[in-house]
Design a protein around this ligand. Sequence first.
Ligand SMILES: Cc1cc2nc3c(=O)[nH]c(=O)nc-3n(C[C@H](O)[C@H](O)[C@H](O)COP(=O)(O)OP(=O)(O)OC[C@H]3O[C@@H](n4cnc5c(N)ncnc54)[C@H](O)[C@@H]3O)c2cc1C
Length: 410
Amino acid sequence: MVRSGSGPEIQADVLIAGGGLVGGTLACGLAMGGLSVIVVDAQDPADGLDAAFDGRASAIALSSQRVLEGLGLWSSMEKASAAIKEIRVTDGDSLFFLHYDRRDVGAEAFGYMVENRVIRTALASRFTDLDNLTLLAPARIDALERNPGDVRATLADGRTIKARLVIGAEGRKSPTREQAGISITNWSYRQAGIVCTVAHEFSHDNVAHERFLPAGPFAILPLPDNRSSIVWTEREELAPELMALDDDAFLAELEERFGDFLGRLEVVGPRWAYPLSLQFAERAVDHRLVLAGDASHAMHPIAGQGLNMGLRDVAVLAEVLTDARRLGLDPGAGTVLESYERWRRFDNTLMLAMTDLLSRLFSNDVIPVRLARDLGLAAVNRMPPLKKVFMEHAMGLAGDLPRLMRGERL
Ligand SMILES: Cc1cc2nc3c(=O)[nH]c(=O)nc-3n(C[C@H](O)[C@H](O)[C@H](O)COP(=O)(O)OP(=O)(O)OC[C@H]3O[C@@H](n4cnc5c(N)ncnc54)[C@H](O)[C@@H]3O)c2cc1C
């Protein structure tokens, strides 16, 4: 249900600030778990449905796809997604490489590529199906008060909201996190992620490629209809020059890195450049407050894990809060929120550390480092048990999985 216009105080169990990929999915999970939810987003989701809004596509691991399926979101995205059946990792022009094949783990796919605007479209449509979900957009929280027994928010247009828990899911610059005084550890990689979509002559055969070039990783990720999504990591100072090139010159630079294995290339739609940094909130819970997604942890896209980690937050939080509701507990109670923090903290720390290490290891051309990583790639490729562990991580199947990620009902 979408409600707009001013009126009396709106009440719900949970208030979610930020209805993007993480906040929106979480809203669906909580509503399906029987909680009443209000989502406040600065942008109307209907504005985000064309390619001009967000050029990114996301690699959704198998476990994340199960979350989307369990929340009734996948059926409307499935046709617009491409399965990732093989992953090829190469280091520049080195002969050493790593090859993952879904048949080695007996899976249909490692995961799926979906354009972010397709996920947003699915969310906007699912919001309208769920009676206990109210979207207020475009809107912003102007003032937030966390009292012993409730949370009260006043929107910029004067409307007021009363809830028992507030969830900050507004991405990296989360005002909810800032207002709670939760500090962050962050550093810049001095790199930009240039993102665009290319159409190519030949089929990609559902293979995802990651090439480690001197400036950083260059990923070619399969999309439907002979198209691929490019995530091209470049030095911070070079990115504006590349972004300013005319179409032909940009294509020439792209072709130099892409190669000719998929035939003729054409850049379709706009290009985007995202500054790359790591960010980790000192804690993800506070009094009647929780952080989820990039508001809590944001990482280098080298392993395509940012959204996947956010969807893990969603699956865990939906499970913890739904179970609390079934037991008649207050969703904002400290003990309930602590179980979310305990479950997610280690996993998020590990993933941030891993993506940080990978980005440092693979974004330089120092000969001994290059030799060591090439030997590492070749060694993993020749050790089936170790390779299997890496493949399970790529599919998001490692660790203590919440019910939705195991393909079970919430
Ligand atoms: C180049 C690149 C490639 C990536 N590729 C992948 C990938 O392949 N796989 C993967 O798993 N991850 C990937 N990621 C990471 C992924 O995009 C993010 O982790 C994900 O978008 C985080 O979602 P979120 O909902 O937490 O935040 P966001 O996507 O930033 O959404 C925040 C939402 O909050 C709203 N908002 C903002 N401010 C306010 C406010 N003050 N009040 C109310 N609402 C507000 C916004 O309108 C938006 O809807 C990539 C990232 C980059 C930069």
